[in-house]
Design a protein around this ligand. Sequence first.
Ligand code: FA5
Length: 346
Amino acid sequence: MKERLHELKEEVLEKISKATDLKHLNDVRVAYLGKKGPITEVLRGMGKLSPEERPIIGSLANEIRAKISEKLDAKKAELEELAVQKKLEEESIDITLPGRPVTLGCDHPLTKTIREIEDLFIGLGYEVAEGPEVETDYYNFEALNLPKNHPARDMQDSFYITEELLLRTHTSPVQARTMEKAKGRGPVKVICPGRVYRRDNDDATHSHQFMQIEGLVVDENIRMSDLKGTLNIFAKKIFGEDREIRLRPSFFPFTEPSVEMDISCKMCGGKGCNVCKGTGWIEILGAGMVHPNVLRMSGFDPEKYSGFAFGMGPERIAMLKYGIDDIRHFYTNDVRFLKQFAPVDL
Ligand code: FA5
């Protein structure tokens, strides 16, 4: 029995030393130390031994088991280490490869234009005010002197959510909200940038969703000449001294008198093209003196206070500034278009 145990020991140690992977090694463990393995088999026959021999064989068997376990553990550690080494070699990083270039982002031309306009008006003492894009019918229309069924509501075809809620069609509701907050006391001097929505068909100069920047000044003795002077400063600063502007009489229910301001078309130099629809001019804003009804509804006494307001479309301003021939470029996120506004070549 002793010889058999020694033979088995030699056999297992040989197999352990030859094992090339962890699976193979585990197979050896199960085959020799498992319940059905040859060592257990030998020990089962111990009942036939004399009482003197039994403890000797028992202790030899335990010694051999312990030796085999020790060797198995050592081999396992060695194979695990080898597996890690192999993985590291396979996954090694070639630090001599050239890196991937990092692409720098840049401000969207519309963001740039809006910031520039905001900075200009902040410099003139205006504050920035904001209002909700989902607006009530009251602020979008009624507080601006457009009662229900007023025909001028059709001027801005709207996206209604419920009968009383809609996506605002302009930033003018922020006028009413700001005046209400001022509780009938001037001065009020704000600009209100934000997104607006209309059921307009998209074309080179129209989008169903676009930006507007509203301006509102209310104080004692505000006159039409203050509005003209302000628009003139704005136009010259944003477009340059050489660009021509013109004011045309117009109609808005919330201003009286009302005007629209056009800028000479940069694309064609005033000759007429698809951007200016052949007229040589592009309309960029509507403006006027705040209607006494609007002042009254928002808590201001029209006998004491007067004001002017304007609302411009920064997309059209950016188009004129940068010579962009289609408003849809702002919203299609074509990187080739956007890259042209990067401060450095990307
Ligand atoms: C208004 O929205 C008035 N609330 C502006 C206003 C404010 C007048 C305060 C008086 C006092 P209008 O609908 O004209 O007006 O739009 C103003 C500007 O928004 C236009 O001059 C134009 O630059 C821009 N705009 C209008 N519709 C579109 C559109 N579909 N896509 C892009 N820009 C547009």
